[in-house]
Design a protein around this ligand. Structure first.
Ligand SMILES: Nc1ncnc2c1ncn2[C@@H]1O[C@H](COP(=O)(O)OP(=O)(O)OP(=O)(O)O)[C@@H](O)[C@H]1O
Length: 352
């Protein structure tokens, strides 16, 4: 493997890269971190992206959200996952031409700067570095690297994130369960558990959620839910109950149905907030724009399909919104973003 020996401003006929040069795309989530290593040349030499995109290697590690695991563990995880992807691809650090990290917990320019500063200690100055919130990588995974439109992520947590054609960005929700992400997996499951306890106390109506959830958790009484939640309050463990809520709603339980209807409203509201702030729908409200749908909660279900209901709700306000369920994972979206940024810089260089 050769070092490209280019500084960032040099542009050759092939876009300024060697055959062996690679791009790293990283999706740093709260649950896991994925890094893909992509060869740069096929991306540069094709006007259209090759389909399927060549992936040299993929590596997976644990959480890299600094809010969850702390800064030092987050750095260790990111470095480890990049190193593993490079070694699996038979490549090494000196072949890296650009890196795009989409990391959850990057919410402020200071988060971005801190990570960029640390990355600069690993990579020499000619390597292009881009650090963003992981939602941006998810958006790019649906738009094949184009930064336009809105992404809705609903997994354990939820967030809506958008980008306008003139480069403005906006987000809504994604602040965690304490701060009201009621459309998230955690939000839905917490509402369901609350409904069970309320019914048991006599503070709320009876619901099929009681039997369903107790069975799923191998518990015999709602009283035991107190010990169950205190034993391990991790968000993903609670959020895992969403398919049980969906089943109850599908069997006609009104409480479960109402919880899902409220979640749909919350998720659609977060998309609408982003669309409004960025005027993605245009002055007359009819412009078309993509809404990239990501996360387990938006999985298509035969009966109660949360993702479909969210889209129906968005369509009432914005008929031009078109849903995209990405065919590639967010880490590939991050690699595509790095490629896109490189192309833009190369164009700017040619035009100057
Ligand atoms: N068929 C389904 N219908 C609805 N929800 C589902 C379905 N399958 C899984 N889920 C829910 O999806 C959530 C997990 O989704 P996902 O794996 O995308 O999240 P994550 O990566 O753990 O979280 P995050 O994106 O917040 O980091 C859980 O709440 C789970 O209960």
């Amino acid at each position: 493997m050769k070092n490209s020996h280019l500084n960032g401003d040099e542009v050759h006929e092939n876009g300024g890269c060697d055959n062996d040069d690679v791009v790293l795309g990283v999706d740093g989530g709260t649950t896991s971190t994925v890094c893909v290593c992509v060869p740069l040349l096929p991306l540069i030499s094709n006007q259209n992206l090759p389909n399927p995109l060549p992936i040299l290697a993929r590596a997976v590690a644990g959480s890299s959200n600094h809010n969850s695991v702390g800064e030092s563990a987050s750095k260790d995880t990111l470095e480890k996952v990049m190193s593993e992807a490079l070694s699996k691809s038979g490549s090494n650090w000196s072949a890296v031409r650009a890196v795009c990290l989409g990391v959850s917990g990057v919410n402020h320019p200071t988060d971005q700067e801190r990570i960029l500063h640390w990355l600069r200690e690993i990579f020499p100055s000619h390597v292009k570095l881009y650090v963003h919130n992981d939602a941006l990588a998810a958006l790019a995974s649906g738009t094949m690297g184009k930064l336009h439109g809105c992404v809705l992520i609903a997994g354990t947590g939820s967030i809506s994130y958008g980008f306008s054609k003139d480069g403005r960005e906006a987000r809504a929700a994604g602040a965690g369960p304490v701060l009201g992400d009621w459309g998230s997996g955690y939000g839905i499951a917490a509402q369901a558990l609350t409904a069970v306890v309320r019914a048991h106390d006599g503070r709320g109506p009876q619901t099929a959620l009681t039997d369903r959830i107790l069975k799923a958790l191998s518990l015999s009484s709602p009283d035991e839910l107190i010990g169950w939640t205190y034993a391990d309050p991790s968000w993903a463990r609670i959020a895992a109950l969403v398919p049980d809520v969906v089943s109850c709603a599908e069997s006609g339980d009104q409480i479960a149905h109402k919880i899902l209807v409220d979640a749909v409203q919350e998720l659609a509201l977060s998309v609408k907030a982003v669309v409004q702030r960025l005027s993605l729908c245009g002055a007359d409200g009819n412009d078309s724009f993509p809404v990239v749908m990501v996360g387990g909660v938006l999985e298509a279900n035969k009966g109660w399909d949360i993702g479909k209901e969210v889209i129906n709700c968005i369509h009432k306000h914005y008929p031009g919104a078109y849903p995209i369920r990405p065919e590639v994972e967010p880490a590939v979206g991050a690699a595509l973003l790095a490629w896109n940024f490189l192309m833009k810089e190369s164009e700017r260089h040619h035009n100057s």
